[in-house]
Design a protein around this ligand. Structure first.
Ligand SMILES: Cc1cc2nc3c(=O)[nH]c(=O)nc-3n(C[C@H](O)[C@H](O)[C@H](O)COP(=O)(O)O)c2cc1C
Ligand code: SF4
Length: 452
């Protein structure tokens, strides 16, 4: 079993011949020449020294079979097989005669996540290589990199590192299709694929009703491939080292490694690259506090249930959880899970695009009821109401926002049931009620212009 951060990543000096790296982790995140985690963006020379040159395949469609053999799944949350998305875009282009577009999704609109920004900041060339290879594979004529600005409190962000990387690639005439960089609005829904298309087409970043799916008719009505930036970085590695190398770690149905955002206490999160199927315990704090797996559309799991699990969907399903985009958060023992969840649910309700029934009527009610449960002395029957409303909103929206919110709420009511009993008696077991532990952006969209 390969566990995070323990394998060394071979760093070849620029110009030397590149051997396939050992089958360990990290694979995506750069290391310094003495094997320590990289802290500054990897420049083009160091990137090519580590990974070798960009292995174009010389024609559309050719990489798709290799991605299928590798078993690469999307790292944006849904774990959909990457080769099927590429094939769908490739096929739609043939049927419609329209040249496709590829979009790298680095919106990372989930406030608890920092893995895409970290990857873009440290390894921009790996993502840009993946974008070019994906463009070649589907026969695209242009590409877009959609990324968020710097995180709160940081002076520089992924866009700075990306723009610098693109300038160097232009000098070296590396890229075959032009790449446009677009800043994603800081909204929870901005990374959802139809919201992304709407924003790139000049509209608000809110989800659209499907069909048509973006693979058939997306940006400017062209067949559009939308892949998470981490998925694209993995594609760049599969293209270089092959499906067998990719499958050397991970599980049979879920091969490879993934980036996780790990929060174990107040302060900055750690971004750790982990072999899928590694023991979840390596990412958890040594505490008996519940764990939030999969982020704000994810699931609270009691520590006793989480500790024996492994980081893959087959294992996490036993606790009703999914890997999602790799967020693993241990609640600090001095915090109240109900208060934390209520603050997140309020944020999620305010962030909805307000265009479907579940978001217009259901989420605000659920958020208000959760606030009551969190604040103490809730009215009788409020927990049963929340359970009922969570059932009513599920599967009824144009996107999965209500479903994800309902999942989070239901798991909180189950895992923090004893705490909710305490609250009914006017007490709370937490000793810290200051600023929220789970990051919740202050500003929330209230007018359409906010989504632009
Ligand atoms: C509410 C919501 C927000 C999303 N935000 C993101 C995001 O910030 N980044 C991302 O890559 N995918 C996000 N997704 C998933 C995208 O819709 C899309 O499935 C993904 O970018 C596809 O990439 P992948 O196949 O490489 O995972 C979001 C989905 C939903 C429902
Ligand atoms: S379900 Fe909610 S967030 Fe999704 S499109 Fe409808 S209103 Fe918007």
């Amino acid at each position: 079993m390969t566990i995070p951060n323990e394998a060394t990543f071979p760093v070849a000096s620029p110009g030397s011949s590149v051997r396939p790296p050992a089958s360990g982790v990290p694979r995506l995140l750069p290391r310094t020449p003495d094997g320590k985690p990289g802290r500054v963006p990897q420049d083009l020379a160091a990137h090519q020294g580590t990974h070798g040159s960009l292995p174009y395949r010389g024609g559309a469609g050719r990489l798709i079979g290799e991605l299928q053999a590798a078993g690469l799944t999307g790292r944006g949350g849904a774990a959909f097989p990457a080769h099927r998305k590429l094939q769908a875009v490739f096929d739609a282009a043939r049927v419609t005669g329209r040249q496709p577009v590829v979009v790298a999704n680095g919106a990372e609109s989930e406030p608890a996540s920092d893995k895409d920004a970290t990857l873009l900041w440290l390894a921009p060339h790996l993502v840009l290589d993946g974008l070019q290879l994906a463009a070649e594979a589907v026969g695209a004529g242009r590409a877009v990199l959609y990324a968020r600005a710097a995180s709160q409190g940081r002076r520089q962000g992924p866009l700075d590192s990306l723009n610098e990387a693109l300038a160097r690639r232009r000098d070296a005439r590396l890229d075959r299709v032009p790449v446009r960089v677009v800043q994603a609005p800081p909204r929870f829904l901005a990374g959802q694929e139809t919201a992304l298309i709407s924003h790139l087409d000049g509209g608000p970043a809110i989800p659209a009703f499907i069909p048509p799916r973006p693979a058939e008719r997306g940006l400017g009505n062209a067949p559009t491939l939308i892949s998470n930036v981490e998925t694209l970085a993995h594609m760049a590695l599969v293209a270089r080292h092959g499906p067998d190398w990719f499958r050397a770690i991970g599980t049979r149905p879920e091969p490879g490694s993934m980036l996780c955002t790990v929060r174990r206490g107040d302060g900055a999160p750690r971004i750790i690259e982990v072999a899928i199927g590694a023991p979840l315990s390596v990412l958890l704090a040594r505490s008996s506090s519940p764990v939030l797996i999969g982020g704000y559309h994810g699931t609270w799991v009691p520590a006793s249930l989480a500790t024996p699990l492994t980081l893959d969907n087959a294992s996490l399903a036993r606790a009703g959880a999914r890997v999602g985009s790799g967020i693993v958060i241990t609640l600090p023992p001095d915090r109240c899970g109900l208060i934390e969840t209520a603050q997140v649910v309020r944020y999620l309700a305010l962030e909805s695009a307000g265009q479907c029934g579940p978001c217009l009527n259901g989420l605000p009610r659920i958020a208000a009821a959760m606030a009551q449960i969190a604040s103490g002395r809730p009215r009788r029957g409020v927990r049963a109401d929340v359970e009922r409303w969570a059932g009513l909103v599920t599967g009824r929206g144009a996107c999965h926002h209500p479903d994800g919110t309902a999942r989070l709420v239901r798991s909180a009511l189950t895992v923090f049931a004893d705490e909710a009993d305490l609250h009914e008696r006017g007490r709370c077991s937490a000793s810290r009620h200051a600023a929220p532990f789970l990051p919740v952006p202050q500003a929330t969209a209230r007018i359409e212009a906010d989504w632009r």
